[in-house]
Design a protein around this ligand. Structure first.
Ligand code: C5P
Length: 236
């Protein structure tokens, strides 16, 4: 195991989505899961991991005060050093946080605010691999058969499953590298749904670390039912 203590490891938690797929008046990140808002659970988890030094939380501008009071203060999230305003897209929210990290960082851990079931083992593997390869992401092998169908609704091809991974967060990067990738993507108007894509387009290798299927992203009402079951099974 490498000694990571001299590295400054900063987590960025994008939680500035509107959560429209949840069909609820509250954005999904604030819905209660076992009595605590989902985003509070995600942040409490990150805070409990020794390797994380500080957390930058990105939320919607109009939710900033609410979040500082009802999430950060209320749940004693002392590692959250800044609550910043997110952007229109997830990529903008991460970018805004990256630009706010004063004095830089060794590694940046980007982790969705709506993934409360990250374990320390998985995080540590991703951090260790990122320290070696400069970029590492957590993913799980695909279990479904994946086909490509065009707009007319007929199958074009079946994609071999062995090489396919469903990508999750955390995604861990050397700070300067991911900042540069985000700046270039903005300049080129390149938009992606995860951060690793921004390095892939620059030809930079990204290491895949196998995670766990419990590390779900809570997006739909069905995900919330699943999350409650996971919580019952694995506890706090
Ligand atoms: O939209 P998606 O499901 O990919 O969202 C993943 C995470 O990114 C969520 O925690 C969501 O709140 C966050 N997000 C954000 N800013 C946006 C859109 C999504 O921080 N503009």
């Amino acid at each position: 195991m490498q000694d990571l203590t001299p590295l400054r490891v900063v987590a960025i938690v994008p939680a500035a989505g509107k959560g429209l797929r949840m069909n609820h008046h509250l954005p999904k990140q604030y819905l209660p899961l076992g009595g605590k808002p989902i985003v509070a659970r995600t942040l409490l988890g990150l805070q409990s991991f020794k390797v994380i030094d500080e957390i930058f939380l990105a939320v919607r501008g109009e939710e900033k005060e609410y979040c500082e009071r009802e999430i950060v203060k209320r749940y004693g999230l002392t590692k959250v050093c800044q609550v910043i305003e997110g952007g229109e897209k997830r990529q903008d929210s991460v970018y805004n946080a990256l630009e706010k990290i004063d004095g830089g960082a060794g590694l940046v851990v980007v982790h969705d605010g709506v993934r409360p079931f990250l374990t320390e083992n998985v995080l540590m593997e991703a951090v260790t691999q990122a320290n070696i390869h400069k970029a590492a992401i957590v993913a799980v092998p695909i279990t479904d058969t994946i086909k490509v169908a065009k707009q007319h609704g007929f199958i074009e091809k079946t994609v071999p499953r062995e090489d396919l991974w469903a990508v999750q967060t955390p995604q861990v990067f050397e700070y300067e590298l991911i900042l540069d990738a985000h700046r270039k993507a903005r300049k080129d108007n390149f938009l992606a749904t995860d951060d690793a894509s921004l390095l892939e387009r620059m030809g930079h290798p990204v290491k895949v670390v196998e995670g766990s299927t419990e590390n779900i992203k809570i997006t739909t009402p069905e995900d919330l039912i699943m999350a409650e079951a996971i919580l019952r099974e694995f506890g706090e």
